[in-house]
Design a protein around this ligand. Structure first.
Ligand code: NAD
Length: 291
């Protein structure tokens, strides 16, 4: 696939949207990053610039590559600017009503009938998002992992109405342009990875809440005993506890199984704004250098 001029739009510039915009631009795409407010747009721009600076410091990119990457990303608060996109990746908050609204609007804005409208949702069935559009065949799930510039996996999720052309195009883009490894999942809430990961994280929250063990001991158990790179509570902090809650609720809604039920302790953390790394505090405190 010729990536030099691929026109990509990314909706949302939070943790994931900024990472998706960055990897697309690093791989030669011409990217428009859209956000709901000027402050969120600035935060996204800052996140991308900091990430590229870190890559420069680690000699993963050169000064020229950094400048070229930044030059390939345009920022906007006007969704209409995405009218000519070939690929749009939606990465807004994990909220079904908000995503439905975005897909309905995107479908009207993006003119190319062969354009791919992809969602990075972790748990909302792609079929629901597709039905908000008049062209469900061009809607597909492309689920990246956090941090997007580092983790090599993408889950590709077709709904019952996604065309094979759309799925192939999205899979080829992720593999050939971005260099990701693509796995395919059925359109069930949580897909493959979160179907396994979320019950595991929720179990760790329940262990902590019951006084069974400290956060450090739970995490050390999995890091040192199972060779996981990160324990479940630190991972929850990295994902964002609001996102963990939203994914758990979507999976509970889909399967009605107790193992997906978000425990009250997690809800209280979210209500308190203790969302993890992104707010400076979650199960750990990131405001001090030691965390
Ligand atoms: P986040 O809270 O960091 O960012 C969400 C962004 O969406 C915010 O910047 C917000 O301003 C923006 N936004 C909200 N409504 C919008 C709208 N209508 N239009 C444009 N922008 C809007 O969340 P995140 O962690 O980046 O998650 C985004 C999506 O990616 C979710 O669907 C989540 O489930 C999924 N995801 C998250 C992770 C993770 O580890 N955090 C991993 C894989 C997938």
């Amino acid at each position: 696939m010729n990536n030099t001029s691929t026109r990509v739009g990314v909706i949302g510039a939070g943790l994931m949207g900024s990472g998706i915009a960055e990897v697309c631009a690093r791989n030669g795409c011409e990217v428009i990053s859209y956000e709901i407010s000027p402050d969120a747009l600035d935060a996204g721009r800052h996140r991308i610039e900091s990430s590229l600076q870190r890559a420069l410091t680690k000699n993963k990119i050169s000064d020229d590559e950094l400048a070229e990457t930044l030059a390939r990303i345009r920022y906007t608060g006007d969704l209409d600017e995405l009218h000519d996109r070939e690929f749009v990746f939606e990465a807004i908050v994990e909220s079904e009503p908000e995503k439905l609204d975005v897909f309905a609007r995107l479908d009207k804005v993006v003119s190319d009938p062969n354009a791919v409208l992809a969602s990075n949702t972790s748990s909302i069935p792609i079929m629901k998002l597709a039905m908000a559009t008049a062209n469900p065949e061009r809607v597909v799930g492309v689920h990246y992992f956090n941090p997007v510039p580092v983790l090599p996996l993408v889950e590709l999720v077709s709904s019952l109405l996604t065309s094979e052309a759309t799925a192939s195009k999205a899979g080829a883009f992720a593999a050939d342009v971005l260099g990701k490894t693509v796995i395919r999942s059925q359109d069930r809430a949580g897909f493959i990875v979160n179907a396994l990961l979320i019950p595991y994280i929720l179990s760790a929250v329940r262990l902590l809440d019951s006084g069974f063990a400290s956060a450090e001991d739970i995490d050390n158990g999995m890091v040192l005993g199972c060779a996981h790179p990160m324990g479940p509570l630190r991972l929850a902090d990295l994902i964002g506890l609001d996102t963990v809650q939203a994914i758990a609720e979507a999976m509970y809604e889909e399967f009605k199984e107790q193992l997906y039920y978000a425990p009250p302790f997690l809800l209280r953390m979210v209500e308190a704004g203790l969302l993890g790394r992104k707010t400076g505090r979650g199960f750990y405190d990131y405001r001090s250098k030691a965390a």
